[in-house]
Design a protein around this ligand. Structure first.
Ligand SMILES: *Cc1c(COP(=O)(O)O)cnc(C)c1O
Length: 426
């Protein structure tokens, strides 16, 4: 029987605890698991039998979360890890080797731009930044060293929506996996695999947990990519020396990426999610659809109100009919464009800082996707390390303030903005 999203967000992956009948998934706060006997231990270490060895690799609480997110995204499997940034490295790690590159959108979370433009170079990898509305430029950027294409569904901070179907068609033609960061949309608003994504990554720190209590990430595999077709992904298609010559794709088929992520990625990179964090995220996901619907409803009301305010020059929210990306919403995320957007203030940089300082209900934090309404001036914080050109391309120019609209009463959110905007002067 095929359950609906609201049922799956509560039940997928979970079952009453076999030992105690506990209805809620227990927090298995254990490092290791007792082997039945020496043969059992050997089979587990050879990947001939699936089971628990050591919590850097697998943990029963984390496993429930993996199955839950994989189900909600329509994927074959998932690997949780310690943060959204860890998930991005875990997604690229099996695909890349020194000298390889990834073609990425210029419109990304600020930390991702930094990770891709600086830190991955230490591994000998590189990123080619392209405007993903220019499909010809994406195709032109792909070269023999390209191993993946990376973008966000709804790009933080601007509320820009990527034409996932068009980008997936380019990836397909080039025989490359498309990796989509679905943090801002969540599987409630968009399921990138249905639009052709190979892998979906999340910062579970944001809407999936939903209340600012956890740092976590996940990589979901569609199970649909043929890792052996091109010879470009030897980690997945060729014999693995650290597992007696096991070939992940041949052995595990659609679960090859997931098994590799656990058996090589978590084993050797160690970016593991802890069971306590998995518990909080499971709690959050139980109400994901309810929260996202309310986030969207509030964001539409607040963005509409802001658009008519005399101090505001522009609102980027794709949920507004005035947005250049509004038409894409109907195709990519028909239930709404999320709750992240920016406004441009006529008063410029100084007015932005005064607005941030005068808001009372909003919290001034470097975070998003909380039940609380949050605000940040990206250019002086999260996007501070970027050049002015990168800031503008990412939608974080100096005269721009970003909001993550929470699920409080919309009247209260608007009243707070009204009093703070009255104090910015100019
Ligand atoms: C926050 C965020 C990340 C990074 O996630 P962490 O959990 O903070 O490491 C990546 N992508 C997007 C879109 C984000 O919002």
């Amino acid at each position: 029987m095929a359950y609906g999203f609201d049922t799956l967000q509560i039940h997928a992956g979970a079952r009453p605890d076999p030992a105690t009948g506990a209805r809620q998934t227990p927090i298995y706060q254990t490092t290791a698991y007792v082997f039945r006997d020496a043969d059992h231990a050997a089979a587990l270490f050879n990947l001939q039998e699936v089971g628990y060895i050591y919590s850097r690799l697998t943990n029963p609480t984390v496993s429930v979360l993996q199955e839950r997110v994989a189900t909600l995204e329509g994927g074959a499997g998932a690997v949780c890890c310690s943060s959204g940034h860890a998930a991005q490295i875990m997604a690229l790690f099996p695909l890349m080797s020194p000298g390889c590159n990834v073609v990425v959108s210029t419109r990304l979370y600020g930390g991702s731009i930094t990770q891709f433009s600086h830190t991955i170079k230490r591994f000998g990898w590189s990123a080619k930044f392209v405007d993903f509305d220019n499909l010809a430029a994406i195709e032109a950027a792909i070269d023999p060293g390209t191993r993946a294409i990376f973008c966000e569904t709804i790009a933080n901070p601007g509320g820009y929506i990527t034409d996932l179907d068009a980008v997936a068609a380019i990836a397909d033609k080039a025989g490359l996996p498309l990796i989509v960061d679905n943090t801002s949309a969540t599987p409630y608003l968009c399921r990138p695999i249905e639009h052709g994504a190979t892998l979906v990554v999340h910062s579970m720190t944001k809407f999936l947990t939903g209340n600012g209590t956890v740092t976590g990430g996940v990589v979901v595999d569609s199970g649909k990519f043929d890792w052996s077709a091109s010879g470009k992904f030897p980690s997945l298609s060729n014999p693995e020396p650290a597992y007696h010559g096991l070939k992940f794709h041949e052995t595990f088929g659609p679960l090859a990426f997931t098994f590799h992520g656990i058996a090589i990625g978590l084993r050797d990179l160690g970016m593991t999610l802890n069971p306590q964090a998995a518990h909080y995220t499971l709690m959050g996901i139980e109400t994901l659809s309810l929260r996202m619907a309310r986030h969207v409803e509030n964001a539409v009301r607040v963005a509409t109100w802001l658009e008519s305010h005399p101090a505001v020059a522009a609102v980027t929210y794709a949920g507004l009919p005035s947005s250049p990306w509004h038409d894409r919403m109907a195709r990519i995320c028909p239930k709404g464009a999320g709750s992240l957007f920016t406004i441009t203030l006529k008063g410029g940089y100084d007015a932005c800082l005064r607005l941030v300082d005068n808001l009372e209900l909003f919290s001034h934090v470097a975070n998003l996707g909380d039940t609380r309404s949050l605000v940040i001036h990206s250019a002086s914080t999260t996007h501070r390390q970027l050049t002015p050109e990168q800031q503008s391309a990412a939608g974080a120019a100096p005269n721009v303030v970003r909001f993550s609209i929470g699920i409080e009463d919309a009247e209260d959110i608007i009243a707070d903005l009204e009093q703070a905007l009255a104090k910015i002067g100019g």
